[in-house]
Write a protein that binds this ligand. Structure first.
Ligand code: AMP
Length: 130
């Protein structure tokens, strides 16, 4: 079982943003930027582009809904999209609020927010979901 499956199952806590029958979204615990969200399929598949067409296209639409809410909740110009998967072998899309190109940088020291701040960020994004 991957760490993301444990989060989806509720065995490991997370700052949840949304879920439906196929997908789950939560805050990245080591955010590149404030409001950094991960979108994952509930089905355990290592590599994003190994997902079947229906699951992958549905994931894009699920991510779109999250990104729209992030854009309203977090002061930013764009929501950047990244796929790495170097650390966790469970397909996921990074959605990262950006004000400039250099904000999308996984080599910078990660940002740090208190648990209360993370709760508040998650709540602000959830409040903008349609
Ligand atoms: P990568 O597989 O290279 O896309 O990186 C995995 C991402 O998952 C990193 O940005 C981590 O900060 C994030 N991550 C790992 N464990 C957790 C967790 N328990 N809760 C939230 N995010 C996590």
């Amino acid at each position: 079982m991957t760490i993301f499956s444990k989060i989806i199952a509720g065995d490991i806590p997370c700052y949840k943003i949304a879920e439906d029958d196929r997908y789950f979204a939560f805050l990245d615990i080591n955010p590149v930027a404030k409001g950094h969200v991960l979108v994952v399929p509930k089905q355990e598949t290592d590599y994003l582009f190994d997902l079947d067409d229906t699951l992958l296209s549905g994931m894009t639409l699920f991510a779109k809904r999250i990104a729209k809410a992030q854009k309203k909740a977090i002061a930013c110009r764009r929501i950047g999209v990244a796929v790495l998967g170097m650390e966790v072998p469970h397909a996921h899309i990074h959605l990262i609020p950006l004000n400039q190109e250099t904000d999308l940088n996984f080599f910078k020291p990660k940002q740090s927010f208190s648990p209360d701040e993370m709760q508040a960020i998650a709540a602000a994004i959830r409040a903008e979901l349609e």
